[in-house]
Design a protein around this ligand. Sequence first.
Ligand code: F6P
Length: 546
Amino acid sequence: MSNKVRKTAFESLKKHKKRLADTTMRDLFAHDPDRFATYSVSFDDLLLDYSKNRIDSQSMTALFDLARDVDVEGRRDDMWAGKPINTTENRSVLHMALRYFGDEPVTVDGADVMPAVRDVLACIKGFSDDIRDGAIRGARGDQFTDVVNIGIGGSDLGPAMVTLALEPLTRKNLRVHYVSNVDGAHIHDTLKMLNAETTLFIVASKTFTTDETMTNARSARGWISEFLGEDAVPDHFAAVSTNLEACAQFGIRDERIFGFWDWVGGRYSVWSAIGLPIAIAVGYENFEAFLRGAYEMDQHFLTAPLEKNLPVIMGLLGVWYRNAWGFATHAVLPYDQRLSRFPAYLQQQDMESNGKSVTLNGKPAPWETGPVIWGEPGTNGQHAFYQLIHQGTAVIPCDFLIAANRHEQHPEHHAKLVANCFAQSEALMLGKTAEEVTNELKGSGLSKDQIKALVPHKVFPGNRPSNTLLYSKLDPQTLGKLVALYEHKVFVQGTIWNVNSYDQWGVELGKQLAKALLPKVETDAATDTHDSSTRGLLARFHELKQ
Ligand code: F6P
């Protein structure tokens, strides 16, 4: 479907928006006792309640029509068939193969990738078991107690997020740390707590050229050399990469290099050997359960009708708010402290995928594309930025995430967590009218004039949209489902916006300029090719530098 036809579809969505602009969700709920049943959908124990959105049946029909018009299903099938839908890099997009538990071949250029996928999984299992059992030890014969993953972006955020999310399954005496930032503080503060004898490093980089990762990896190697001698380095390092040659050059032993493939995007790589630190932290069986959860979500995405398809519904609602209502940001609010890195993980997944301004044909996108994704766990956010979500001038669609069951023995805490989560979406939807505020203030001892002055400040506009994802427990399988759900949501939106969700050229310019600037930071080399701001900053930097 051409950009012109998409434009027409967005115009039609805007008409639906206009039609609904004065309708409140309060009224919609009041007039339809079945609204929750109509606008909620379950997959296994995972419930998506999207009834608290500014939608009715006509607008949802228009959205599903849009999904059909742009052939979301056809493009989805192309992706699964291994077609090079990442057109600017001429690559297939097959992260689904990494968690495929079926019997069919999955092909790229006619070759089945599954045997290689399964081989790498077997290596991950062997290595992670051996680290956990102490069969593989450090150069001086000590069992590893600490594993430091050195990577950035997709080689960090996924495993870091998952390791934290699955904390109840980790061992006290085997800790996994993540070092990503080129800021020396990151590696320094991490190593400060560790013993070289019992520390294993995993250098994780799809390309094995990323400057931050290679700089941190060299510092880690220096640290091992300093304490244990250069000969100890191979015993204390493993690597995960598509660039096997560069890993070997770094000095990593062959059997400790875990490969993956160019048809796995960095931000979609947590299912690959990039997940090695997860397998070490929680055990291979739990890592496999995480993959299985994603596989189940894949099957749902591949087969469920659009109207019952969770990623499709979430993707369409995002398009509705971005393109018809003009809402620029989207908050992800997990009511789960262990999902505190989930919003950061989704920032890369979503914003690096759909933060594009040209369509597949290279022309400027004539519509808005990816929103800003942000968030923090509840209830913390309630005491920080929720003020703006409730009463600010910007409307921010939110996703609330909550488990019905807790891992730990604190029933009182969990009941409060759940009550807060449900209360927030209710408050956002209902708001509080001037009349309700006035009635509440009557009898408070305030004068009529004081009440009149206070009322506008205490009014909540309401009618603010949210989804709620409710699941039984945050276990590996559920986490796999959640992550895959958001991956497919991003796919649906990228298809509608007609952008390439699988490249990331926008990160290159900064890298290039940083390379060019480095000698001017390290020495007083001439800076006259730079703009006056950059020249001024460099000059002042050199003045301040001790
Ligand atoms: O700079 C962006 C990026 O390329 C991400 O897409 C990627 O996840 C990250 O850098 C790390 O890349 P690598 O795994 O090759 O080190």
